[in-house]
Write a protein of this length. Structure first.
Length: 72
């Protein structure tokens, strides 16, 4: 949280990831799409099993897809 109880984008994303990690059962899969490979991470009990980079051409950001399995 920052001044005036505003929530930062990073804070919101962390809360969503925490919620998803709590909802998934062990050996459940999470597929994340975005511009980074952060996904749900080891610190939330996930193991990366696949990473795909989709190139869209010059002047456009790549899309990074991660597939992760909840191991704990």
């Amino acid at each position: 949280m920052i001044a005036n109880n505003q929530v930062t984008d990073a804070h919101y994303q962390a809360k969503v990831r925490d919620l998803l990690a709590a909802l998934l059962k062990p050996w459940g899969k999470a597929v994340c799409f975005g511009w980074n490979s952060g996904g749900l991470n080891k610190d939330r009990g996930f193991q990366l099993v696949r990473l795909v980079d989709i190139y869209h051409g010059r002047g456009r950001n790549d899309t990074i897809i991660t597939v992760q399995i909840k191991t704990s």
